[in-house]
Ligand binder design. Structure first.
Ligand SMILES: Cc1cc2nc3c(=O)[nH]c(=O)nc-3n(C[C@H](O)[C@H](O)[C@H](O)COP(=O)(O)OP(=O)(O)OC[C@H]3O[C@@H](n4cnc5c(N)ncnc54)[C@H](O)[C@@H]3O)c2cc1C
Length: 55
């Protein structure tokens, strides 16, 4: 869940591994608000696309 990278205009919300339906309302809310630039939700590092990047 998040922008592909810091310069990207692509917002990703994928990889729900067979559990996405029950979480759709929550993650849908987050994706819509972030993609529209309304709000950035804290505490989601565990699902951010850049979490595999070595810092
Ligand atoms: C058999 C089955 C049972 C499941 N049971 C459960 C369950 O009990 N509980 C649960 O929480 N989750 C369940 N899931 C998982 C849940 O359905 C998925 O996690 C969820 O649908 C993922 O949502 P999504 O929006 O990421 O992708 P999707 O729901 O797959 O939506 C992607 C959409 O993008 C469209 N699309 C694809 N390519 C393009 C393109 N190039 N251009 C435009 N549109 C495109 C597709 O047509 C589709 O409408 C199940 C999944 C399956 C297959």
């Amino acid at each position: 869940m998040g922008w592909l990278n810091e310069n990207s205009r692509i917002y990703c919300a994928t990889g729900f591994s067979g559990k996405g339906f029950k979480m759709a309302t929550g993650y849908g809310h987050i994706a819509a608000h972030e993609a529209l630039g309304k709000q950035t939700i804290e505490g989601l590092d565990f699902v951010r696309p850049d979490r595999f990047k070595t810092r």
